[in-house]
Design a binder for this molecule. Structure first.
Ligand SMILES: [Zn+2]
Length: 77
C-alpha cells in the first residue's frame, strides 16, 4: 500500500470508507471554541494537526462534544 493513508476515527478507531460522513473537530485554543467541519470534501491525506480529531459519525462527534462540554463545565469559573 506504500503511500496510502486513510483517516482513523479518534473516538472508536474505525477506518474511513469512501461513502461515510466524517467530521473534523478542532479546538481553537485562543477563543475556546470547538469547530466542527465536514471532512468528506477534503483529500484523503489532508494533514491532521495535533489539536484536530477525525470522527467517523454523528455518534462519535456527539461523544467528543460531550467530553468538550464536560471539560468546560469542570473549569473553575
Ligand atoms: Zn467513530
Amino acid at each position: 500500500m506504500g503511500e496510502f493513508r486513510t483517516y482513523q476515527c479518534d473516538e472508536c478507531g474505525a477506518l474511513k470508507q469512501q461513502s461515510n460522513h466524517w467530521f473534523l473537530l478542532r479546538l481553537v485554543a485562543d477563543s475556546g471554541r470547538l469547530v466542527i467541519e465536514p471532512l468528506d470534501g477534503k483529500l484523503p491525506n489532508h494533514p491532521v494537526a495535533p489539536d484536530e480529531v477525525t470522527l467517523c459519525s454523528k455518534r462519535c462527534v456527539m461523544v467528543q462534544v460531550e467530553k468538550f462540554m464536560q471539560r468546560v463545565m469542570e473549569q473553575p469559573s
